[in-house]
Ligand binder design. Structure first.
Ligand code: PLP
Length: 417
């Protein structure tokens, strides 16, 4: 369905362009994402023009539990009766409760944490700790990665679209193709403080490394006294059908893990940098080297703790795998029906992407899906791919609606070939 904005929406868009940039509005309109959300609940929100939108992205994990999950809203309301941000010059029982809960889920002895507000900050801290702990400077990341927008996090990025205007970036950062253990071995040196990887990279069309990849990375890090940082900002908290995606890789224990997005339960900013007890010893020497006035807020801790109580149950994780399977069944049919347009799909739990034959197919699918009332997002480091990562609470009927919308969008791709 062609989307025609009302007069009110046109006015908002022109004011938005003035305040936040015309290019942003142009791009979003092109993708069919010039949406001003009003009501929001579960997997649905409403545009200001009244159009309903089914969420097939969950803001890459922020809305893992959908919008305004009733248990989360209740936890937040209860917290607001007596809490606020908290005072980060003092202690916080809420932070302690969240750290205890996270430590129960993380592999090995990753038992210590620092809380902040965004994934980028949490990545920055991971890199700071790695450098401080090791006394080295080198950080190796994947060519295809995205770890955020702040100083250290941005320096891991090799995509000029993100980095070019801001150079020179931090020294000491280098990149290797994801999954290539020989390239990693060649890049390692006596000055490598840490290797930072996501367990799988959806941003690049869902690159899933072989089962033994992370054991090899772990061995290589151990041989070189290098720390292994695993970024679970997108993949963690159930997305892949296990609580942490690194659990898919033969019991590998990183030195540092990062979580954000889903920790917010879509309600209150929260991010965590989690480290082994050994790495945490770094803070004995530098206890006040890193601080955040508003990060790790008491209210955010209450919300994140409530989220973990919902997701970290075997039956809930099982439901994620079952829904992932239903999506995959739909994709198999789409592959049969659209062989010249749809090349393949990638899937692990509810972490899924569709890969198109057209190198810019992600842009077109974005638009066509929006016309069908479904919000998904192309993969920014692989524009032939579109990410489908719906909220965990999605119903079977809503999954089928996403598959129907994909089918309609693929038909449009064919017509306009
Ligand atoms: C893998 C990964 N790490 C870190 C970040 C940064 O998180 P934030 O946007 O909360 O700063 C992102 C954001 O998309 C991400 O995808």
């Amino acid at each position: 369905m062609e989307i025609k904005p009302s007069e009110k929406k046109k006015d908002l868009l022109s004011r938005y362009a003035y305040r936040f940039g015309a290019m942003r509005v142009r791009t979003m309109s092109h993708l069919g994402l010039d949406i001003f959300e009003t009501e929001r609940q579960g997997c649905w929100s409403k545009d200001i023009d009244g159009r309903k939108i089914l969420d097939a992205l969950a803001l890459q994990g922020v809305f893992n539990l959908g919008r305004r999950h009733p248990v989360i809203v209740e936890a937040m309301k209860k917290g607001m009766e007596h809490l606020d941000l908290g005072n980060n010059f003092l202690m916080s029982e809420e932070q302690l409760i969240l750290a205890d809960k996270l430590a129960e889920t993380t592999p090995g002895n990753i038992n210590c944490a620092f809380f902040s507000s965004t994934g980028s900050e949490a990545v920055d801290l991971a890199i700071k700790v790695a450098r401080g702990y090791s006394g080295r400077t080198g950080i190796i990341s994947a060519n295809e990665c995205y770890h955020g927008i702040t100083g250290f996090a941005l320096s891991t990025n090799s995509n000029p679209d993100y980095t070019e205007p801001f150079g020179p970036l931090m020294p000491g950062f280098s990149h290797v193709p994801f999954g290539d253990i020989d390239a990693l071995r060649s890049e390692m040196s006596e000055d490598t403080a840490a290797v930072i990887f996501e367990p799988m990279i959806a941003e690049a069309g869902l690159l899933i490394p072989p089962d033994d990849f992370f054991s090899k990375v772990r061995d290589l890090c151990d041989e070189n006294d290098t720390l292994l940082i695993i970024d679970e900002v997108v993949t963690g908290l159930g997305r892949t059908g296990k609580f942490w995606a690194i659990e898919h890789f033969n019991g590998v224990v990183p030195d540092i893990m990062i979580s954000a997005k889903g920790l917010t339960a879509g309600m209150y900013p929260m991010a965590a940098t989690m480290f082994t007890e050994e790495v945490a010893d770094f803070f004995l020497t530098y206890p006040y080297c890193h601080y955040s006035s508003t990060g790790g807020s008491d209210l955010g801790c209450v919300v994140a703790s409530a989220m973990i109580d919902i997701v970290n149950r075997p039956e809930f994780l099982q439901s994620i795998n079952e829904k992932g399977k239903r999506l995959a069944d739909g994709y198999k049919q789409l592959l049969k029906d659209h062989p010249s347009i749809l090349e393949s799909y990638g899937q692990i739990g509810m972490h899924t992407v569709l890969r198109l034959a057209d190198p810019a197919g992600g842009f077109r699918m974005n638009r066509y899906l929006a016309e069908e009332g479904v919000f998904a997002l192309l993969a920014t480091n692989n524009t032939a791919a579109i990410r489908i990562q719906p909220p965990f609470i999605i119903s079977e009927k809503e999954i089928d609606q996403i598959i129907d919308a994909l089918d309609a969008a693929l038909k449009k791709m064919k017509l306009k070939e």
